[in-house]
Design a protein around this ligand. Structure first.
Ligand code: HEC
Length: 159
């Protein structure tokens, strides 16, 4: 009985080997192997030619530029302590906008009008309203006037 079982298992294994060989298994570079080749060709074709930086100097300059751009985001011109502590976290150090919209370039009067709208609840926004409730109109005017000068201040830095 034991011999018969062993013989059967052996037959099945040999059968499987013959079948695999006849199909040209993946490890033999058969049909399945071709699929892998094709994928390699396709990915190579799909990858656009990225011009490699020619020498180390160029790479170095790219890095420097990236650093400078990054440093540029950390406040180009000085803003008041009040703006920094109350508004910059959402609107950016120079009003460039983060989770709050960009304020840079807005006219002082436009900013003031917006702030009054938020404070009075005419314009719905819980974040801005909660923030402005404790500020009186004189303070709002000061913020508005400061934001109104952002563009000039940035321009002055370019000269
Ligand atoms: C916690 C985040 C946060 C802070 C802090 C914050 N804001 Fe805002 N602000 C917002 C969001 C969000 C909006 C957009 C609301 C909307 O969609 O109406 C907004 C909108 C505004 C607008 C209208 C902009 C536009 O183009 O419609 C002005 C002006 C403004 N904020 C000024 C300020 C000032 C000044 C301060 C500091 C006193 C300040 N914000 C602090 C989140 C903030």
């Amino acid at each position: 009985m034991k011999h018969i079982t062993v013989a059967l298992v052996t037959l099945v294994i040999i059968g499987a080997m013959i079948y695999t060989a006849s199909q040209g298994g993946a490890y033999h570079g058969g049909e399945a192997g071709n699929v892998i080749d094709d994928i390699q060709e396709q990915t190579a074709a799909a990858t656009p030619n990225v011009p490699a930086a020619t020498d180390d100097r160029e790479i170095e300059q790219e890095k420097l530029k990236a650093l400078r751009d990054k440093a540029g985001n950390v406040g180009k011109f000085n803003v008041s302590h009040n703006y920094k502590s109350k508004c910059a976290s959402c609107h950016g150090m120079n009003g460039e906008g983060i989770i709050g919209p960009k304020l840079f370039g807005l006219e002082a009067d436009a900013v003031y009008a917006k702030l009054l709208e938020y404070k009075s609840g005419r314009k719905e926004n819980l974040i801005m309203k909660g923030l402005l409730l404790k500020l009186d109109e004189t303070a709002l005017r000061e913020y508005a006037d400061e934001i109104g000068t952002f563009k000039e201040r940035a321009a002055a830095l370019q000269e």
